[in-house]
Design a protein around this ligand. Structure first.
Ligand code: GLU
Length: 278
């Protein structure tokens, strides 16, 4: 009986190993499909206006601009970038599996994540806040969230912080993406959407939500955005150098203005590489 179990288990392990090999060999980074041009694969958000957004016209946002600048310094032009959606809960796994070369997706540097992946940066400092309906005056402090229905995203620091310290008694519902919370906020299925103010400002400024939502302005945490790479990757140092150059040559300032200007988001000054605000 024991023996049979072990055999079944090893067969399953073997099958897994084979499918993993099949995946990675089909994912060659250095051979593009046309003319042997090299490619770099970058993880971003697809549904966060101002940061990472996929539109019919292409990809846009601050994270996208940072990623393009970094890729260029690494020797890749824009058309050599392959963009992949990196949802909050998938980021560490995508890096560990080698699905992407780096991730620029509102990705906060935390000690827990640093056990699994490495980070370059930080390149932006944001703060956790809540988005509420414009006519809601019942949420005046973070403690008021304890009696509310909150929406956040699985695998995010936002959900973790609510549960562990900010409002442990809140009725927290976790969705796969933040944009999936917006309908519920509008039709009152939920009372507040919580994540970084940088992300929430982008949603509030969207044409279809103009005047409907507001940010509470609580600044509940510091979110130090880093660029995630595989643990031990030599990309980390190269990306740090690129980020330093981006600030020094004015491209960082240009990118924050262009991407956060429309949402009137009051961004913080460029952080120093390696300086994490707790
Ligand atoms: N910056 C936070 C995090 O990395 C929240 C935003 C997100 O989920 O991307 O978890």
């Amino acid at each position: 009986m024991k023996l049979r179990k072990a055999t079944a288990a090893s067969a399953a392990v073997l099958a897994l190993a084979l499918s993993a090999t099949a995946c990675s060999s089909g994912d060659k980074k250095d051979e593009g499909s046309s003319g042997g041009g090299k490619k770099i694969t970058v993880g971003i958000k697809f549904d966060q206006p101002g940061l990472g957004q996929k539109t019919p016209q292409g990809y846009s946002g601050f994270d996208v601009d940072v990623a393009k600048y970094v890729a260029k310094k690494l020797g890749y032009s824009e058309d050599q970038i392959e963009w992949k959606e990196a949802k909050s809960n998938d980021r560490e796994t995508m890096l560990q599996r080698g699905d992407v070369d780096f991730i620029a997706a509102t990705y906060s540097i935390t000690p827990e994540r640093e056990e699994k992946v490495d980070f370059a940066g930080p390149y932006l400092l944001a703060h956790q806040d809540v988005l509420i309906r414009a006519d809601d005056d019942s949420i005046k402090s973070p403690a008021d969230l304890n009696s509310k229905k909150l929406c956040s995203v699985t695998g995010s620091t936002s959900a973790q912080n609510i549960k562990n310290k900010l409002a442990p008694k809140a009725n927290l519902q976790n969705y796969p993406t933040y944009s999936a919370c917006l309908g519920g906020l509008q039709n009152k299925a939920i009372d507040a959407l919580t994540t970084d103010d940088s992300i929430l400002a982008g949603y509030a400024a969207q044409e279809q939500f103009k005047g409907k939502f507001k940010l509470a302005g609580f600044k509940m945490t510091n979110e130090n955005y880093g660029i995630g790479v595989k643990k031990g990757s030599d990309l980390k140092d190269k990306i740090n150098k690129a980020l330093e150059e981006m600030v020094a040559d004015g491209s960082w300032e240009k990118a924050v203005k262009a991407n956060f200007g429309p949402a009137n988001y009051k961004y913080e000054p460029a952080p120093k590489i390696g300086e994490i605000k707790s």
